[in-house]
Design a protein around this ligand. Structure first.
Ligand SMILES: O=c1[nH]c(=O)c2[nH]c(=O)[nH]c2[nH]1
Length: 281
């Protein structure tokens, strides 16, 4: 039987980089994690161990640090586009480059309403993300956010669902809705203002989550996606991933007490996993 090498790719993951951008009146601190993945004419490396066409992943890593000096000055999308372009233009065997970047936010400390010049608070779970995929004749940019923890204490219920002999879940018109939101979106236009749009989309996601009278996670997911597309002509499609981080009512009756939707078992696992993509027709 003849065996063939099918789709293959190689690159460097988790290239962790931080940068101080010194503005006249304050320092900006940025921290990103970059993945590089190259596809192309690399068969002979696999078949006969000929590395002539291989740009070492160590070089790929060095390239990210070197290019960041001049070209990581704005959004992660703009930097990712520059880097993808560099790899495809300088390496003939490469037919497709994928650059994924996660940005860890650091925000300047504030005292008496004044932002500090060079001290920051980090550690928030939420991250901004982008993936750039570039070939000789096409480039796609996907932007997003992940690990955005959001919760509401009411305006969420789950009733009227299908039941069988294994159903134990009680219907409720009022429950906690907690999720770790992941969103990724693509654009209708080339070179939009990535950062302004990110801020606007994030705001729309939060506002819709907060205001929606939720009959299910599924219904809120669609409402959030629709709101983003309705309010942003520059967005062509959005995918949302909303794990349902259950807070389960604890049985206080066993102690002769009534639980008026106040005490819960906060669970991480198992969790419901609701995903969906909303697109323009
Ligand atoms: O909003 C929800 N959607 C479900 O599909 C589901 N399933 C479940 O057990 N709880 C919930 N909640």
């Amino acid at each position: 039987m003849k065996l063939t090498l099918k789709k293959n790719a190689y690159g460097k993951n988790a290239i962790n980089l931080s940068k101080i951008i010194r503005h006249p009146t304050y320092h900006e601190f940025r921290q990103i994690s970059v993945n590089v993945s190259l596809e192309g004419d690399f068969d002979t490396a696999h078949t006969i161990g000929d590395n002539a066409k291989i740009l070492p992943t160590d070089t790929q890593k060095n390239t990210i640090y070197a290019l960041a000096k001049e070209h990581f000055t704005d959004s992660i999308e703009t930097f990712g586009l520059y880097v993808a372009n560099h790899f495809i233009n300088n390496n003939p065997p490469v037919s497709q480059v994928t650059i994924s970047i996660i940005e860890h936010p650091w925000t300047r400390m504030a005292f008496d309403g004044e932002l500090h010049h060079h001290a920051y608070v980090g550690g928030a779970s939420e991250k901004r993300t982008t993936t750039i995929t570039q070939t000789a004749d096409s480039v796609t940019v996907t932007s997003g956010l992940k690990d955005l923890l959001i919760l509401k204490t009411t305006d969420s219920g789950f009733e009227g669902y299908s039941k069988d002999q294994y159903t134990t879940l009680k219907e409720t018109p009022d429950r906690i809705f907690a999720t770790q939101c992941e969103a990724t979106w693509t654009y209708t236009a080339q070179h939009p203002d990535y950062t302004a749009l990110f801020t606007k989309i994030r705001e729309t996601l939060l506002k819709t989550f907060a205001h929606h009278k939720s009959l299910s996670v599924q219904q809120t997911l669609l409402a959030m996606g629709e709101a983003v597309l309705n309010e942003n002509a520059e967005v062509s499609e959005i995918t949302l991933k909303l794990p349902n981080k259950h807070h389960i009512l604890f049985n206080l009756e066993q102690f002769g007490m009534e639980n008026k939707n106040e005490i819960f078992i906060a669970t991480d696992e198992p969790y419901g996993y609701i995903t969906g993509t909303v697109s323009r027709e």
